[in-house]
Structures are given as structure tokens and as C-alpha cells.
Design a protein around this ligand. Structure first.
Ligand code: ZN
Length: 301
């Protein structure tokens, strides 16, 4: 690669404003630098110039998280499709078909198991590329399956969130997934198993209002937007300027909503350390009395 192909060509392309750029180059949303997509993938979708953490695909996220990129994805239960017969400009069933074709994922949650730092773990990753990672009945079904698998394997559950919230095409059924996922988290707690949440950009709506904020350990990626309503909606409602960095990981860390903010490259090592600490603790899970059910998971602190 010469200076011409690496520097001049992308700059010229930017000037020409081609409508459909090929995917050889990616522009950083934060510093506007043109980056070679291949190099960017190697850097785990983190801009080498400004450190901006871009979105990651489910397949990449799983590969980066497990030891040597080795894991097994599990077969997940199906849920009733389009329970309300919903239609806006398009039928919901058509939107699902489009999302499947574009994302190569069949729903907004993928579940896999393998080892992290030598510790067995179940990892569930939300697919933002599938209808903005929204939560519907199928998602709930899968989340419960992930929790059950973790209990069966006596391993921790790690969830990577990235979501626009509940899926409006499923109306109240999507909202019902909030208590459902909460119950799944409680199942892990009753079994004395760690539940670790990694919040990535963006995590909003009903996801933030349920399982995403219930982790024994809450980790955020740098500068990830984490909140219920978006900052623009809040500004319009309260008619006040919000403080800088509002609803970003670092702000949430300062205000006690997160335990740590960890760069993407350091996530596997951090997860391995946290899992090691929580799993090796002498947790008494043999016969916990009912009022102290949540205690065994905290014994490692
Ligand atoms: Zn950048």
C-alpha cells in the first residue's frame, strides 16, 4: 500500500462524495478520519486515531471474547412470529425477513458457550444489526435459554447489550420481556452464579430498564450511550441543557451506575479476572436460606 492508495485516494473520495462508497474504507464517526476497514477490524472496530469504539457485529464480539476465538453457538428456541399481525409502512414479518437477510442473524440475541481466560462461560450478545437490537418475545425466550444454560453448566452468564429498547411491533408483548428477563437474572442469583453485563453503545429503553442494569458487575465500553430515553428527548422535556457527557459510560461511572469502564481490547482479560474472582470464592450455594438468596454471588467482594 502506497501513500497514494492509503491517504490520497480516500481524501479524493471524500471530496467526490460518492453516493455508494465501497466498504474498503470506513469513516470514523468521531474524528472523521478515513480508515481501512480491514485494519479497523483488526483493531476490534476501535479508531486508532481517537479511540472511538464503533459498533461491533455479533460474530466479531463472540470471536473477541472467547479464548482463541473458539466457542459453540447454541440452538435457540423459536417464539411466535408477529403475535399482533402488526403493520406500519411494511408488514412486521417482512421487516423480520429483511433483518435476517441483512444481518445474517435470526434474532436480536445470540448465545454461545466456551471459555474466557480458561473459565467456562455462557455469553449472550445483542445484535444491534438486527432491528436495532430490539427486544421482543423471541429475545426473551433466548435470554431465558441463556440463563438456563449457564445454570446447567454451573457457569457465569455474560451479556453484551446494544439495543434501541423494546420492539414496538410486538407492543405489550415486548414490554413483558422486561419482567421475564428480570426473572431469568433472579434464577442465576438463586443458583449463586455471577451475572455480568457489558454495556455497549447504545443501550437504551426497556433493555436499560430491565436486565441490563441488574448485573453483579456492570462494565461499560468507553463513551457508550446508556440511558432510558435519549438525551434529545430529555432536553426537549425538561427544557434544560444537559451536562457534558450525560448518559455516557464515564458519567455513569462517576455517578455510581457502573463498576468500571473498560476499553474493548482489555475486555477479555477483565472478564476473565472478574469471573475468576467470583467463581473461585467459597460461595455457599448448597442450601441458602430464602432471605439470603442473593448473598452467595456477593461473597467474592
Ligand atoms: Zn476516530
Amino acid at each position: 500500500m502506497s501513500w497514494i492508495t492509503e491517504y490520497v485516494r480516500p481524501k479524493l473520495r471524500g471530496l467526490l462524495r460518492r453516493e455508494v462508497p465501497d466498504n474498503l474504507w470506513t469513516t470514523c464517526e468521531s474524528c472523521n478520519q478515513m480508515l481501512l476497514t480491514k485494519e479497523l477490524r483488526k483493531a476490534r472496530n476501535v479508531c486508532p486515531h481517537c479511540g472511538h469504539h464503533m459498533r461491533a457485529l455479533v460474530a466479531d464480539r463472540l470471536k473477541w471474547t472467547f479464548d482463541n476465538g473458539v466457542f459453540s453457538r447454541i440452538e435457540l428456541p423459536q417464539a411466535p412470529v408477529d403475535p399482533l399481525g402488526f403493520r406500519d409502512q411494511k408488514k412486521y414479518t417482512d421487516r423480520l425477513k429483511d433483518a435476517r437477510a441483512k444481518s445474517h442473524e435470526d434474532e436480536s440475541l445470540a448465545v454461545a458457550h466456551g471459555t474466557i481466560g480458561g473459565h467456562p462461560a455462557v455469553v449472550a450478545v445483542m445484535a444491534f444489526e438486527f432491528m436495532a437490537g430490539t427486544m421482543g418475545a423471541a429475545f426473551g425466550e433466548r435470554f431465558v435459554a441463556a440463563a438456563r444454560l449457564a445454570i446447567l453448566q454451573k457457569s457465569p452468564l455474560v451479556v453484551f447489550t446494544a439495543s434501541g429498547g423494546a420492539r414496538m411491533q410486538e407492543g405489550v408483548i415486548s414490554l413483558m420481556q422486561m419482567p421475564r428477563t428480570t426473572v431469568a437474572v433472579q434464577m442465576l442469583r438463586d443458583a449463586g452464579l455471577p451475572y455480568i453485563v457489558v454495556l455497549t453503545n447504545p443501550t437504551t429503553g426497556g433493555v436499560t430498564a430491565s436486565f441490563a442494569m441488574l448485573g453483579d458487575v456492570q462494565i461499560g465500553e468507553p463513551n457508550a450511550l446508556i440511558g432510558f430515553a435519549g438525551p434529545r428527548v430529555i432536553e426537549d422535556t425538561v427544557r434544560e441543557k444537559l451536562p457534558p457527557g450525560f448518559q455516557r459510560s464515564e458519567y455513569l461511572l462517576d455517578h455510581g451506575m457502573l463498576d468500571m469502564v473498560v476499553a474493548r481490547k482489555d475486555l477479555p482479560a477483565t472478564l476473565a479476572r472478574v469471573i475468576g474472582l467470583l467463581m473461585c470464592a467459597p460461595a455457599d450455594v448448597t442450601a441458602p436460606p430464602p432471605p439470603q438468596k442473593a448473598e452467595p454471588a456477593r461473597a467474592a467482594e
